[in-house]
Design a protein around this ligand. Structure first.
Ligand SMILES: [Zn+2]
Length: 74
């Protein structure tokens, strides 16, 4: 394995950790992909299948989720 492979593997780990943190903050522990909304509850945009699987129970698209989190912290 070369350095490029190692770097992208590390990036994938960081991304997975970030998604887990997001689920914890949003109170989505124990949810499954089936609990995820197909359409964003805020803007009505389609929630990508990858996001529904990686953030089980999510109800918003990435944009609205981040906006909601920023609002919550402000
Ligand atoms: Zn949205």
């Amino acid at each position: 394995m070369d350095d490029v492979d190692r770097a992208s593997e590390r990036e994938a780990e960081i991304l997975a950790d970030a998604l887990r943190d997001q689920a914890l903050r949003a109170g989505l522990q124990g949810k499954t992909a089936a609990d995820s909304a197909r359409w964003c509850t805020d803007c009505g945009e389609k929630v990508p299948a990858l996001r529904r699987r990686t953030v089980p129970g999510c109800q918003k698209c990435v944009v609205c989720q981040e906006r909601a989190e920023r609002k919550g912290k402000a």
